[in-house]
Design a protein around this ligand. Sequence first.
Ligand code: PLP
Length: 386
Amino acid sequence: MTSTNRTYLDYNATAPLRPEVRAAMLAAIDSDIGNASSVHAHGRAARAVIDQAREQVGQLVGSKATQVVFTSGATEAANWALSAAWSTIYGANIEHPAVMLPIKRSAAKHVVLPVDANGVIDVVAAAKLFSENIQTGGNKPADKQLLVVQLANNETGVVQPVGQLAALARELGITVLTDAVQAVGKQFVDFTGLGVDMMMVSAHKLGGPSGVGALVIRDGVDLLALVTGGGQERNRRGGTENVSGIAGFGAAAEAAHRDLAKFADLEMLRDRVEAFVSRATPEAVVIAKDARRLANTSCLAVPGRRGETSVIKFDLAGVSLSAGSACSSGKTARSETLDAMGLNDELATSALRVSLGWATTQDDIATFEQAWSSIMGGVREVRNVA
Ligand code: PLP
């Protein structure tokens, strides 16, 4: 996407609003709808908008519509799922802060799942940790245990073996939450087929509005509402619904579903980025290049070049991309994901993320290449690596 002479390559932070989403949101705002809880015609019109969006999201993630509970985003969905009285939570240190921070705040024991150099969870080690931490020694834990695992990483695009981990966990009676925020709309996702109990989804990563998401919950999972109040969302999430936001989420889900095959084609553009970078800057490292990754994400490290400095230089050249995680506004903290992967300091602090999406064109990549040549082709920065 090139707008106002800028090139946007930061889709994992947020994807630009799709035109059909804008249309659906404007239609919801402009139409004569009431409160979705009201029984009159205005209320029923609002309810119809929400019901349609629930179907659209369910179709994208492979769940029943009734399993989709709308929230204010994936962060709320994560906080909700992690708020239950878990005694043990299994999770790797590569999870997004929306998951990591509620784990840290929780009274539960955190069992850290080890990852390999690509950031992929070691399934054998995880199985061993599950059985070591099951209190009863039988096949049902006496306590409430949760496994949380992301489907795809926001920084590297690396895809986790969620199906395998979920099968092992559920065999032992461990509830499974997956963070599908980065995977949904970028690859085929099947909530039912994955065998998970709960799944977080976010609209703005699909070209929908920010501030809307969902927790998809398998029938029979016992989870008390976190946001209580009115009986909205069948008593699972109180508060008058964000009808236009939900309408936008639905439209984004439908468009992302329709475009799944096109999304896979982005791999060609991503490979072009990586081939160019390797030619232009032989010392550059493509992080987790050989792992199973999303088609749209490249994490590039150039030893001796600080990521934040590079981001500013790209910004001045009219190209928007991210350093490290930077999912939340311009933060420059070290990446816990890259740390967990055992990347050395020099590589970790130089990581740049290029992430493509529904409106990315060959011209965007050409602009990136020009910017890269002028930024990385110069004299190397001198810096102490502590
Ligand atoms: N999980 C992952 C992997 C993410 O990339 C993000 C992005 O911000 C979130 C969770 C949080 O989603 P939201 O912005 O909807 O709160």
